[in-house]
Design a protein around this ligand. Structure first.
Ligand SMILES: [Zn+2]
Ligand SMILES: [Zn+2]
Length: 100
C-alpha cells in the first residue's frame, strides 16, 4: 500500500478496518512501540492540506507514546483514536480490535 510517498507493508489485520505494521523493516530485533504503526481504512474522507484534495483509504494513527504490552498477539495500551477522519476509537487487545 502507498501512503503519501511511503510504501508500507501491512502484515496483520486486527479488524477489516484496522491493521498494523512494523515499520522498522527489521524482524531481527525486539520490536518496540516506535516500530509500530496502526492503520485504519476509513469510509470517510480526510482533507489533506498539502495536496489540497480529499483522499480516502488507509490512514495511520500515532501510537508512539502507547505501551507495547504484547507483540504476538498484539496488545497495546491505551486506546487508538483517529480524530481527523470518522473518529474511530478503540483498543487493540489480544490481536483484536475492540471498538469503544
Ligand atoms: Zn522493530
Ligand atoms: Zn476514519
Amino acid at each position: 500500500m502507498a501512503f503519501l510517498d511511503k510504501d508500507v507493508r501491512v502484515k496483520n489485520l486486527v479488524d477489516p478496518r484496522v491493521a498494523y505494521s512494523w515499520t522498522c523493516g527489521d524482524g531481527n530485533h525486539e520490536h518496540t512501540i516506535e516500530c509500530l504503526w496502526v492503520w485504519h481504512k476509513c469510509d470517510g474522507s480526510l482533507l489533506d492540506p498539502e495536496a489540497g484534495k480529499d483522499y480516502r483509504g488507509w490512514m495511520p494513527s500515532g501510537v508512539g507514546l502507547h505501551t507495547l504490552i504484547s507483540i504476538e498477539p498484539l496488545h497495546i495500551e491505551a486506546s487508538v483514536y483517529w480524530p481527523a477522519c470518522c473518529g474511530l476509537h478503540g483498543f487493540i487487545r489480544n490481536g483484536k480490535w475492540e471498538s469503544v
